[in-house]
Design a protein around this ligand. Structure first.
Ligand code: NAD
Length: 245
């Protein structure tokens, strides 16, 4: 295929599932995560390489502009092009508003929101020169509807939805599509942290009466990175089993 996808926070969870799916679709894969340690307990590089595509990992904290700059340069040098960017890296630091520590607000905004600015600006410049590209941002149902205990997270994901629309408007005429997905409750290490009470409350609201799998997010992201979605931009697709109707 000769196309490259860069997926942030892809050592595990949804990011790893997206990387694997895009590799199956023929993309060469640039993995990213915040530390070498993130890759220690998994075989994501081996699984992708076994599919016969090129795969390299790039360690960078995507909330840090300088580190993003160095990573994008290295990815471009290694692969030649960057055709798809998936802004997936994200964290939660949940707590009710009146008890939320200021640093937990700031950390979530920096990692979930500022990272999207850093990466879209830097990879957007590469895509502008190529006159083509796909950007997919990981938002959340919390960014659409709010969620108790997630003032920081819902603010960051609401911003990601607004940033998706702005970038789509700025970059659309240059052949670059920018979309977002808004997952509901997906089974990953991020949601493993929730209590049974929180899980059951969520399940009661889901029309399909089950949680989502990372692969079910990956397939929608793969569609948005494909030629089949050529005329789709600025959109946020909810992947929640019918959480909010
Ligand atoms: P996860 O915690 O399992 O994986 C996130 C990955 O991002 C980890 O490998 C982590 O090391 C990496 N990461 C964290 N900070 C980073 C940084 N500064 N730089 C680079 N990498 C960093 O989470 P997940 O459930 O796979 O979530 C992936 C994305 O999907 C996140 O943006 C999350 O907000 C979003 N999301 C998840 C769910 C869900 O139910 N799991 C729902 C809605 C949205």
């Amino acid at each position: 295929m000769g196309k490259t996808a860069l997926i942030t926070g892809s050592a595990r969870g949804i990011g790893a599932a997206i990387a694997l799916r895009l590799a199956k679709d023929g993309f060469d894969i640039a993995l990213n995560d915040v530390s070498e340690r993130s890759f220690e307990d998994n075989d994501i590089m081996e699984r992708i390489s076994a599919l016969g595509v090129k795969c390299e990992k790039f360690i960078a904290d995507v909330s840090d502009y300088k580190q993003c700059e160095e990573m994008v340069k290295a990815v471009k040098e290694t692969f030649g092009t960057i055709d798809a960017l998936v802004n997936n890296a994200g964290i939660t630091r949940d707590g009710l508003l009146l008890r939320m520590a200021e640093e937990n607000y700031d950390d979530v905004i920096r990692i979930n929101q500022k990272s999207v600015f850093n990466m879209t600006k830097l990879v957007g410049a590469v895509m502008l020169r190529q006159k083509s590209g796909k950007v997919v941002n990981l938002a959340s149902v919390a960014g659409l509807y709010g969620n108790p205990g997630q003032m920081n997270y819902s603010a960051s994901k609401g911003a990601v939805i607004a940033m998706t629309k702005t970038a789509a408007k700025e970059l659309g005429s240059r052949g670059i599509n920018v979309n977002a997905v808004a997952p509901g409750f997906i089974k990953t290490p991020m949601t493993d942290k929730l209590t049974d009470e929180q899980r059951n409350a969520m399940l009661a609201q889901i029309a399909m009466k089950r949680y989502g799998e990372p692969e079910e997010v990956a397939s929608v992201v793969a569609f948005l990175c494909s030629a089949d979605a050529a005329y789709v931009t600025g959109q946020t697709i909810e992947i929640s089993g019918g959480l909010s109707m």
